[in-house]
Design a protein around this ligand. Structure first.
Ligand code: ADP
Length: 733
């Protein structure tokens, strides 16, 4: 026994509760009409027409995206399919409809779809439990809507479903009280269903009288029915009735209703209708596929667009990557190049360092060489000059000998050459420092000119000195170096002028604070210097080629002058014209600060007196030098003893008393420094003067470190030696 479920699908037209825009309103009305038409066709089992109308309504509803109408259209399509036994499709369409319905506030359509879905599950025995669940949800909506017809139908359907699964009592609960409500509503189909269900219930509870009565009422009601759709109810009822008669063994009636059932069924489910449904149904499926395809296509378009975007991103990414790689590559290359350059630099640095070390070594060797050479040259020169003096002194008749004069001149020239070379080298190496003292510039100029008078006379020149009276009597500066500058400049002027005039002027150029800038000029009217040679004369070893080469020079005089002027922070310039004369101008600033002057004058050396004859011990290994030194000491009345090495000196000093020791430095066995140290170790405190051919600045540090008291450089002026002996011995006593 399977009761056909009762449905409400005849839709109320124009029942829209929404306020639509004018055109949409029209469209919705049209769609609603179409759905109503589909429902009517359905009721008349004109399935093809019903499905076509529902399909058109569905398409239109999709166009305006009206979910209620979509759900309604799907509901009709589902009903059509269900009616012709394609239950699975029916369920699919109901579920689709329900998905859209659930997105709306329309409880009516939700109610219908739950009920129809439930009916599909139950009537076609797909899943009763599921069906009952849907019925109950449908009942909830019906009650909410207070839709009495729907409530009645749903209750009848629930009861029917429970009866199907033999839960008669459960089902019966839903039938109680229904009879009155149905009569009120006068719903024919519901009455048929109720009577049929009650017939079933009472058949089950073996109350055949009641059962037959209900069945008969149901049949009577069926006969009244004119709507063809309800014939399906009659069809089901004939079947049930026939089964009932079989049960009570009334076979005549049983066969009678069975035949009726078969005839009605054939009438309804003829082949033509099924084909119609299939045709219309396949059209709907086609539309579904079309929709699916267009959905897929729009997804595809979306994908294509996102693919395009991804492509752009990928291209950009690749470009960035390429740039990045190029950048990395250039970084790497740069690094390589830098490494290479660094390596080259390292090598170059190493080479430079080696070159520097070599240069330093060479420079050291050079300085050693120069100092050795000058020492070795000065030592014999000391002998030559000294011996020449001794000869002239002892043999007065030879004093006018041109040979002796030449000898002395040559020796002195050689000596000045050695001194010049040494000086140039020392200035180059920044080894010369000016030694300041307070002195009278004018007096010194007189001294220089006096000492050069012999040269003036030799070349028959007049030598004039013109000085500014306002130059302060005492200024601070290095008088020795200044004299050297003048000696050179005046010497040159006198050398390159014959029977002419050499004038020296000294004037205040300007005064800045305590500094007096004095301008010195050495003006001659000699042979002059050609324009093109004027710059060259300050270069070392430059001598201008002359026709008459009867003068002697080294070509070092002016370079030394220039270097010295620079040391004074002064300036030198030359103005000359060939055969007219030369003017050398030097400007140097001297400090006149009284405080400074006082400082220097307080330390001024006192004049020495030669009355005291101090006993001198000379330590000297060179025989000639022994003779020269002895001669000087004797001449100046200094009693003296000469020993030729340090050990002898130490012995003698322990035995005898001396006032002063003249100590040679460079001696075999034990040198001057060592000997002095040992003298001091013996507790002897008498002055020790280093008498050496070494350069003073080179050895002064060692001299004082060895506790010596003074230095005299050979060859020396006898006066210089005597002065130092007296000074040192005087302070020592
Ligand atoms: P020297 O030892 O040859 O004098 P200097 O360096 O002092 O070397 O001078 C370089 C050259 O400059 C000299 O050889 C000379 O030709 C030229 N000279 C220097 N002073 C004068 C001057 N007053 N008159 C002419 N020529 C000069």
């Amino acid at each position: 026994m399977t009761n056909k479920p009762l449905r409400t699908f005849l839709l109320v037209l124009l029942s829209s509760q929404f306020a639509f825009a004018q055109t949409e309103e029209m469209t919705r009305k049209e769609i609603s009409k179409m759905i109503a038409k589909a429902s009517n066709h359905m009721l008349n089992l004109e399935c093809e027409k019903s499905l076509i109308a529902a399909k058109n309504a569905l398409n239109e509803a999709y166009q305006i995206n009206d979910k209620v109408l979509i759900a309604k259209a799907y509901n009709i399509i589902g009903l059509n399919h269900e009616e012709f036994s394609d239950f699975k499709k029916a369920v699919q369409y109901y579920e689709k409809g329900l998905r859209y319905a659930n997105q709306t506030n329309n409880d009516t359509i939700k109610d219908w779809l739950h009920n129809n879905l439930a009916s599909a599950y139950c009537y076609h025995k797909l899943d009763f439990e599921k069906g009952i669940e849907h019925y109950k949800i449908g009942l909830y909506y019906s009650e909410k809507l207070k839709d009495s017809t729907e409530i009645i139908y749903t209750r009848l359907n629930i009861a029917s479903a429970y009866f199907e699964i033999k839960k008669y009592e459960e089902g019966f609960k839903y039938l109680v009280g229904l009879e009155k409500q149905i009569q009120k509503g006068n719903a024919l189909e519901a009455q048929i269903s109720l009577n049929s269900l009650l017939g079933s219930y009472y058949t089950h509870s073996n109350n055949f009288v009641k059962a037959e009565a209900f069945y008969k009422t149901a049949l009577e009601l069926c006969k009244k029915n004119k709507v063809e759709f309800l014939q399906t109810n009659a069809c089901d009822l004939y079947k049930e009735f026939s089964q009932y008669y079989f049960k009570i063994k009334d076979f005549e009636n049983a066969y009678f209703y069975l035949e009726k059932y078969t005839a009605t069924k054939e009438q309804i489910y003829n082949e033509e209708r099924i084909n119609e449904v299939k045709k219309a149904g396949s059209q709907i499926e086609l539309d579904e596929y079309k929709r699916l395809v267009s959905q897929i296509e729009s997804e595809k378009q979306l994908q294509a667009r996102s693919l395009q975007q991804s492509r752009i991103i990928v291209v950009l990414f690749i470009i960035t990557l390429i740039f990045l790689l190029l950048f990395l590559f250039s970084l790497y290359k740069n690094n390589e190049i830098r490494k290479k350059i660094n390596n080259e630099l390292k090598i170059a640095n190493k080479q430079l360092k080696e070159a520097k070390d070599q240069a330093e070594e060479v420079s050291q060797l050079k300085s050693q060489f120069i100092s050795t050479i000058s020492h070795e040259l000065r030592t014999p020169l000391y002998g030559v000059v000294g011996i020449t003096d001794i000869i002239t002194d002892e043999h007065k008749e030879l004093s006018e000998s041109s040979y002796l004069k030449s000898l002395k001149f040559s020796a002195k020239y050689l000596l000045s050459l050695v001194n010049d070379i040494l000086q140039v080298y020392k200035i180059d190496e920044n080894k010369i420092k000016l030694e300041n003292s307070a002195f009278n510039i004018i007096e010194d100029l007189h001294l220089v000119t006096d000492s050069l008078m012999f040269l003036a006379e030799k070349n028959k020149n007049r030598l004039l000195l013109e000085v500014d009276e306002d130059i302060p009597p005492l200024l601070i500066g290095d008088r020795v170096r200044l004299s050297q500058i003048f000696m050179n400049l005046i010497g040159n002027a006198l050398k390159f002028t014959h029977k002419g005039r050499v004038k020296i002027t000294a004037q205040i150029e300007k005064i800045e604070g305590t500094i007096y800038y004095i301008k010195f000029e050495v003006i001659d009217n000699g042979i002059g210097i050609a324009e093109e040679d004027q710059e060259k004369v300050f270069e070392k070893f430059v001598q201008i080629e002359r026709k008459e080469d009867d003068y002697q020079g080294t070509g070092l005089g002016l370079p030394i002058v220039k270097q010295l002027v620079t040391l004074f922070n002064g300036e030198i310039s030359i103005k000359s014209k060939e055969n007219v004369g030369t003017t050398m101008t030097v400007v140097i600033g001297f400090d006149s600060d009284p405080k400074q002057i006082k400082y220097y004058t307080d330390n001024l050396e006192v004049e020495y007196a030669l009355e005291q004859n101090y006993r001198v011990l000379v330590v000297e290994d060179n025989k000639i030098n022994q003779i020269v030194t002895k001669k000087i000491l004797d001449d100046n009345n200094f009693p003296n003893v000469i020993v030729d090495n340090g050990f002898n000196a130490l012995d003698l000093l322990q035995k005898e008393t001396f006032d002063v020791v003249l100590m040679d430095i460079n001696m075999p066995a034990i040198n001057g420094f060592e000997t002095t140290k040992r003298i001091r170790e013996l507790g002897i405190t008498i002055p020790v003067i280093a008498l050496t051919a070494f350069d003073k600045q080179e050895i002064s540090e060692q001299v004082y470190a060895a506790d010596m008291n003074g230095i005299i450089i050979k060859p020396f002026e006898p006066k210089q030696l005597c002065k130092m002996i007296v000074q040192l011995c005087g302070t020592n006593t």
